[in-house]
Unconditional design. Structure first.
Lengths: 146, 101, 146, 101
């Protein structure tokens, strides 16, 4: 297990995403290169980080953004914890596909690219999971988000 | 994030490199606002050297698109690949910004 | 403060060094590029990580490699903790400069590139510190290691 | 780490890219052993695309150097830069492997 904690401020975004991106490499043979799996994990996890910094700690001194990363061959689980505002992810507006949104895309990106669960509390716990699918490629995403 | 702007006639190419996200999108805003204020006809956003984008980065480009269109211009994207391509495809924005493809 | 813990196994080297490398960026204005400071911090810290995995947990099931990173404008401190074998860094052989060593260079690299203190115990605590020097460059290293 | 070997006459160029460290140096060993076993005269290790090296990586190259020399050959390094250059300079090995510079 990889454990990381940083202050919940956007300037730590690069640190946090590099850990996730490097952890993705541990899910596959060394010879294989970064692929859709990595892109989707980093995209989803990056939105989770943004939301904690921007919404979770809005109007209060930022606490930590903490994550525990479990790496198995072929799967990754990121358990994100914060002590900020809680929210109800089911209330996030569905995204009208092809519409020109300027915001409100974060939760949609998370849900499209990974399995997501959320449990409000102290800390709030958001769990993102993704399994490598045999012979998978970007096409999977299309199927999953339809 | 680094960006460079090149004007030739009615077209502007805005090349954005590196990471366009919640941290860096605000740094790009003044350059985007200038394109709108100058009523550029055709803006091509070259993302061939963009490594990573998030919803804030997409939001900035969508906002540019809407405002340039409102002035009668158009915005295209070129060079999309890797993680940014995955995001634009997911949000079905590839069809908006690359209508020919 | 950035806190990271991974199993003390070499396969986590990339995760650990990416965090250090990204943390270095927080010590300077965003416009400046990676420089000698970053190279020297990553080099020293990488040797600390290797030593914990290779020597610290030799002959026992690996415990964690944990690090707390303090970033100030112009300085970085990495506090490394492990629960493996302790050692006496003053017994590390001095390096005959220009001699052709195949090993025994790790502690020399750490000491040359950063300030280093070590306190054996449970956990063992190794602290590496580096301050950006006004107008510094690679030439500093030469001076410091003479 | 990726490596490629190119022989031309008495010279072999061994290009090592990426990271050469405690994780990857063991993967390079068989290729180094082969150069020694084949008694190559001149081995040039091209490190122009090496991003990171550690003491284990240096140890592997020093071991190659000693063994090739023992067979009457020589080892040079080309393209050193960034972090690997800093390490070779610190250990005063730049003078050993790049005697002309
Ligand atoms: N970690 C969080 N803490 C508190 N509120 C959140 C969090 N994440 C999301 N939210 C709420 O859910 C809404 C939708 O989030 P999202 O889809 O990421 O879009 P955006 O961040 O652009 O608003 C946010 O506007 C916010 O009100
Ligand atoms: N974290 C550690 N735990 C236990 N022993 C260590 C540790 N770091 C270094 N040592 C001891 O100090 C010696 C010198 O270390 P170093 O200079 O890094 O060279 P090398 O690792 O190549 O032997 C090691 O061989 C080992 O005996």
């Amino acid at each position: 297990m990889i454990r990381l904690a940083v202050p919940g401020r956007l300037e730590y975004r690069d640190v946090v995403l590099r850990v996730a991106s490097s952890a993705c490499k541990l899910t596959r043979p060394e010879s294989e290169r970064a692929d859709d799996f990595d892109n989707e994990v980093v995209s989803a996890f990056g939105e989770a980080f943004n939301n904690v910094c921007i919404h979770g700690y809005r109007g209060r001194p930022p606490g930590d953004f903490a994550v525990e990363i479990d790496v198995e061959p072929d799967a990754i689980t990121l358990r994100v914890m914060d002590t900020g505002h809680s929210f109800d992810p089911t209330l996030a507006p569905g995204l009208a596909v092809g519409a020109l949104h300027e915001s409100g895309m974060g939760i949609y990106i998370m849900r499209s690219f990974m399995e997501m669960t959320y449990r409000p509390g102290r800390p709030n716990v958001l769990v993102l999971t993704k399994r490598r699918v045999e012979g998978s490629s970007g096409r999977d995403v299309e199927a999953k988000t339809r | 994030m680094r960006f460079s702007r090149t004007d030739s006639g009615d077209e502007t190419v805005l090349k954005v490199d590196g990471t366009l996200d919640a941290v860096t999108a605000p740094e790009l805003r003044p350059a985007l606002d200038a394109l709108v204020a100058e009523r550029r006809r055709l803006v091509t956003v070259d993302l061939s050297a963009l490594r990573l984008i998030d919803s804030s980065g997409v939001g900035a480009i969508v906002s540019l698109f809407k405002r340039v269109r409102a002035e009668g211009g158009d915005v295209r994207i070129s060079g999309l690949r890797d993680q940014p391509l995955a995001i634009f495809q997911l949000l079905r924005l590839d069809r908006v910004f690359m209508p020919g493809s």
